[in-house]
Each structure stands twice: as structure tokens, then as C-alpha cells.
Write a protein that binds this ligand. Structure first.
Ligand SMILES: Nc1nc2c(ncn2[C@@H]2O[C@H](COP(=O)(O)OP(=O)(O)OP(=O)(O)O)[C@@H](O)[C@H]2O)c(=O)[nH]1
Ligand SMILES: [Mg+2]
Length: 328
């Protein structure tokens, strides 16, 4: 299955799963439990609202809660994140107290890995804890495809990401590392993954067996590594994405995003080296001839739903001009 076919076949919309009572009874019939894992670093202002919203979704499913365990894995945040999360009913762990025989914690990915030691659910759903205006579909929309479609074992969020700066809002200006690093890298090296609108989204669910059988890269390399490793473990047909509308999160300064982009690049380079492909790097559009076309697949979320846009990218290598003009 290629990315275009996958995109048509495995892209969902959260509204397909908005009958929460039906989703709750489906989960009960399957006999599955769900853990929600919130990696937290200085999110005292947002984590409380997220935990409240998860509880609110649970109250709408007629005694068949969608989430059985809410876990906050905190980076010993000085802003009171742990206290806020605990006071709203989350199970809170310090990332450094989990798997402490593995030394100090290395960023987000390490916190996510350590969380698996205390997550009890058959399904583990990760969600970033810096989301403002957390919407209920971030819970039920992501669970929808994995509960309803037997072949699906991994579901990634898709959404529009506005960029807010002072008083102005640019509707699709957010997710800069995704647009500038992850999507171009996947086009070149992991074309199967180009149909994902938000490949780096922190919101995704998978069964615990799958998450327990792949390694986790630490820091911000984690999402890239998981995408590649899940693809290898279960194939594209076992993966899905779901359109959740629009998600606003906190923006980091451009200079921090540069480091984040480097983590994404390192994750791809590392996997390619492990696959023995790093010294075979070949631009698929540029073998020998002068004019080469290569398609760029760009998955985007729009007000009318998810789209996979295709562009023809031309890259031509002109020889040193003295070879052509024969002048020195
Ligand atoms: N436990 C833990 N959580 C972290 C760490 N770093 C980030 N997080 C959390 O992981 C989630 C995502 O981190 P962000 O820094 O927002 O990264 P991002 O969402 O990829 O980047 P933006 O798009 O700029 O928001 C948030 O809930 C953070 O609080 C960490 O070192 N430890
Ligand atoms: Mg964020």
C-alpha cells in the first residue's frame, strides 16, 4: 500500500465516533482498558483542564468510561504541575522516580518510555499536556479507529495548527518542525509515511504490546522514531490518522525549534544507518540525467478536511559553468 492509497483508506474524522455511548460499549465488549499518559513539563496552566476534560468525556459514555487510568509523568516541574494534576485526580509520577536504575531522564521521549512501566491499560494513549482549549475529540476521536476497526493498532492525531503571535492568528502557521523537517525527510526516506498530516503529534494511541516491543528515542526524537518503528513493526495498513479539527498549543521560540528539528533529523539518520541505507542515500529524483522530477506529497488539514496534495518538484544540477562555456 502506498501513501496515497493509505491516506484514502485510513484517514478518519472524529465526527465518525461522536456517539460516545456506542464507543463506550464497544470498548466494554472488547474488554479493553485504556491509559492516558500526559508527559508534563511546566504545564501547570493547562494540565488541569485536560484532566477535567478526560473525566468529562468519561461521564458521557453511560458507565463505560473510555479512559481507565490518567497518568501524568512530570519532569519535576517547578511551576506546580504535579500538584495541579494530582488535585484534579491524575495519577502523578516524577519521571525521575520511574525506571530510576536507568539514570537521569532524557526529555520527553524518555518520560514516555518510563510511563510504560506504570501504564496498566491494554491501550496506551499519549497526549501532550500543553494544549489550550483541550477538546473532547482529542480523547474519543483518537480512540475511535482503534476500537472500531480491528486491523488498526496505531492512531495518530491530525489537526490544523494555528500560530498565534500577539493579536494575530495565522490559521496554519504552527507545526513548523513538522513542515520544515519531518515532512521533507519522510518524502525522501520514508515515503510510506507522507500521508500523515501531523506525524509529530504528541496525541496517539497504540496497544501496549506494540509500544512495549519498540525502542523509544529520547527527547524530541521520540515521535519520529515511533513512526518509523511502528511502520516496520505492523505496516502502514495497521496505522491510521484522525482529523480532530484545530489544536492550539504553546509555541516555542524558533531557536529551540532548530534543536528540535535536529532531533528529528538524527532519528531518521539513525534508523537509516541501522537499516544499512545511510551510505546509499540517493535522491530518488536525481540518478543520472539532467532534468529530474520528483513528487512531493504534502498532507494537510484544511477547513474541509484532510488533503494529500501532490507537487512536482524539479531539481536540476547545472555543471560548473566553465565546463559548458569552455572559458577559464
Ligand atoms: N515529563 C516530561 N515531559 C516533557 C518534557 N519535555 C516536554 N514535555 C512535555 O511533552 C509535551 C510536548 O512537549 P512540547 O515541548 O510542547 O513539544 P512539542 O509539542 O513537540 O512542541 P511545540 O509544537 O513547540 O509545542 C508537553 O506536554 C510537554 O510538557 C520532559 O523533558 N519531560
Ligand atoms: Mg507542544
Amino acid at each position: 500500500m502506498d501513501a496515497v492509497e493509505w491516506f484514502r483508506h485510513r484517514s478518519y474524522n472524529y465526527r465518525q465516533f461522536s456517539d460516545l455511548a456506542a464507543l463506550g460499549s464497544r470498548k466494554r465488549d472488547l474488554g479493553l482498558t485504556v491509559s492516558a499518559v500526559l508527559p508534563c513539563r511546566n504545564v501547570a496552566d493547562t494540565v488541569g483542564g485536560i484532566v477535567d476534560e478526560i473525566h468529562a468525556v468519561n461521564r458521557q459514555t453511560e458507565h463505560n468510561p473510555l479512559v481507565d487510568q490518567i497518568l501524568a509523568v512530570d519532569a519535576d516541574s517547578p511551576d506546580g504541575t504535579a500538584e495541579v494534576a494530582a488535585s484534579r485526580g491524575a495519577e502523578v509520577y516524577s519521571e525521575n522516580e520511574l525506571m530510576s536504575n536507568h539514570g537521569g531522564t532524557h526529555g520527553k521521549g524518555d518520560a514516555m518510555w518510563r510511563a510504560l512501566s506504570v501504564a496498566r491499560g491494554d491501550l496506551v494513549m499519549y497526549m501532550d499536556a500543553d494544549t489550550k482549549d483541550f477538546m473532547p475529540q482529542l480523547v474519543y476521536g483518537i480512540l475511535g479507529p482503534i476500537l472500531e476497526v480491528p486491523e488498526i493498532r496505531f492512531v495518530k492525531a491530525a489537526y490544523r495548527r494555528p500560530f498565534k503571535s500577539h493579536e494575530t492568528v495565522e490559521q496554519d502557521g504552527g507545526g513548523r518542525v513538522t513542515e520544515l523537517s519531518s515532512k521533507p525527510l519522510f518524502n525522501l526516506f520514508y515515503p510510506e509515511l507522507t500521508g500523515f498530516v501531523q506525524p509529530l503529534a504528541g496525541e496517539f494511541v497504540a496497544d501496549r504490546e506494540l509500544l512495549s516491543s519498540i525502542s523509544f528515542l529520547t527527547g524530541y526524537a521520540v515521535e519520529t522514531g515511533i513512526m518509523i518503528d511502528v511502520l516496520k513493526a505492523i505496516g502502514l495498513d495497521g496505522m491510521a490518522q484522525v482529523d480532530l479539527g484545530t489544536r492550539q498549543n504553546r509555541h516555542q521560540p524558533l531557536r529551540d525549534l532548530s534543536r528540535m528539528a535536529y532531533s528529528v533529523l538524527r532519528a531518521v539518520a539513525r534508523r537509516m544507518r541501522q537499516e544499512g541505507r545511510l551510505n546509499q542515500v540517493r535522491d530518488p529524483g536525481m540518478p543520472d540525467s539532467l532534468f529530474q522530477l520528483s513528487n512531493y506529497l504534502h498532507a494537510v488539514a484544511t477547513p474541509d478536511g484532510l488533503e494529500l496534495q501532490e507537487y512536482v518538484e524539479e531539481l536540476v544540477e547545472r555543471p560548473p559553468i566553465k565546463e559548458v562555456l569552455r572559458v577559464v
